[in-house]
Design a protein around this ligand. Structure first.
Ligand code: GLR
Ligand code: MG
Length: 448
């Protein structure tokens, strides 16, 4: 039977999804965060789904990209990148600096385009898989594992959003000290079976975060632990934290901001490793590895970081690397240079979790449990939520991504976006923090 894979319609639906009051170095999560749902429809009536950031700076290029897509084949995946180069990006939204809302590293025009393309690539793969009766992992060459392991993404957190702010309630409670963090980790383990834990740091002075990680190590002996202050520390502070926590950390994630600072931290750790092997005096910091989702976020950033030995683990994110096939290319480059890979996550829904799981299932040497914010998202646009059991998501063998859109939920969340006066349509954690603390400004880096 011949199939007509021509794209006849592309639907873009911006939505606002509930997000708990999770703290990071720049502020606190908004009560609702923007996402964009992409649907690509073929002449045969097959619909493919994709998901990406929904802020205005992504939405505008996504609209012009969508117009160009009609009439093309869902199988023309390489052509998506050629098309992307033709999409204009608002120069005022582009910067070499760390993005205020998402802590996603540099925000170059190319990276914004890739973040948009990623959703269309996933939607095309979903449609192609459905049309051919093949799961997305098969279109990527086939899975090498049946389940993908995720880690618990622990956050310092308030019990509620500030009084008077419209929001959805969550049942996680507050976590603003070591006991609260350990309790949150316990619940993650109970609910989802996660056995590795990542704490989002850069919120409290390093001594407090060291105490929280020590408390986790005591409560969960032998479990892999990570701490990620999103570049909030100086090189000296980073090395001090490595001294304090080196014996329990799986890796330290973006302790200092940017490749140059990370390379200095790495050099300090390497020096310690040398003295440890020479005379046993390297201290705990000697074996600490550095991971990043902030200084290696584009192909252009790889050479400098790898040449300087700034990182030992790259946390890929298919959104900003430009999709699932680029994620595999990144993994191949990392493998060549002896750098490990795992996956980063921002606030995302089930379409993206399904996409992450498919691609992760095809990467042979995935070295660590992947990050996912999904447990924090009580809302989704799927008829059935994806499930974490014993810390893993099973890889679907159903055609495409193996997920189904709940159109009523999509409409409900879109209505919320339509009803918003614009305040929440561009994620801004510092602005959300100012609701509770009007004096708050994004902290200068290094913060400690
Ligand atoms: O690993 C990371 O750096 C992140 O997940 C960045 C995110 O933006 C996270 O910090 C958040 O959403 O607060
Ligand atoms: Mg990170």
């Amino acid at each position: 039977m011949t199939r007509d894979l021509t794209i006849t319609e592309v639907r873009l639906t911006p939505i606002l999804v509930a997000d708990p009051p999770l703290l990071n170095t720049q502020g606190v999560h908004q009560p609702y965060t923007p996402r964009l749902i992409v649907e690509v429809v073929t002449a045969d009536g097959v619909t493919g789904l994709g998901e990406t950031y929904g802020d205005t700076k992504y939405l505008e290029p996504a609209r012009s990209f969508a117009e160009k897509l009609v009439g093309r084949q869902v199988s023309d995946l390489n052509g998506l990148f050629v098309l992307a180069d033709e999409v204009a990006v608002d120069g005022s939204q582009v910067s070499g600096q760390v993005d205020v809302g998402g802590l996603r590293g540099v925000q170059t025009a190319d990276k914004l385009r890739l973040s948009v393309v990623s959703a269309f690539e996933v939607a095309c793969l979903d449609a192609l898989g459905k049309a051919l009766g093949l799961p997305v992992h098969a279109l990527l060459g086939g899975k090498v594992r049946d389940a993908v392991e995720y880690s618990a993404y622990l956050f310092y957190k308030w019990a509620d959003h500030p009084a008077g702010v419209a929001c959805e309630k969550d049942d996680w409670g507050a976590a603003v000290d070591p006991a609260g963090v350990v309790e949150q980790a316990r619940r993650f383990k109970e609910r989802y079976g996660f056995t590795s834990f990542k704490l989002k740091g850069g919120v409290f002075p390093p001594e407090e975060e060291i105490a929280a990680v020590r408390a986790l190590a005591q409560a969960f002996p032998g479990h892999p632990l990570r701490l990620d202050p999103n570049g909030a520390w100086s090189v000296a502070t980073s090395l001090k934290v490595a001294d304090e926590l080196g014996d329990v950390l799986e890796y330290l994630e973006d302790p200092a901001l940017g490749t140059a600072a990370m390379a200095e931290v790495a050099a300090g750790l390497k020096g310690a490793a040398r003295s440890a092997s020479d005379n046993g005096s390297g201290g705990r910091r000697a074996g600490v590895r550095l991971a990043t989702n902030m200084c290696v976020t584009t192909f252009a950033e790889i050479e400098e970081a790898f040449t300087k030995g700034a990182v030992q683990v790259v946390l890929s994110d298919h959104h900003y690397w430009g999709g699932l096939r680029n994620t595999r290319e990144l993994a191949a480059i990392c493998r060549t240079f002896g750098v490990e890979v795992s996956m980063h996550s921002n606030t995302h829904l089930g379409i993206s979790l399904a996409a992450m799981t498919h691609v992760a299932s095809t990467v042979p040497d995935l070295h660590h449990a992947c990050d996912s914010h999904y447990p924090w998202q009580s809302e989704d646009v799927l008829t059935e939520r994806l499930v974490f059991e014993n810390g893993v998501v099973r890889v679907s063998d159903a055609p495409g991504l193996g997920v189904e859109l709940d159109r009523d939920r999509l409409e409900f969340l879109h209505r919320r976006w339509l009803d918003d006066d614009g305040t929440l349509r561009d994620r801004d954690d510092a602005a959300a923090m100012r609701v509770a603390d009007p004096e708050w400004v994004t902290p200068a880096v290094p913060r400690w």
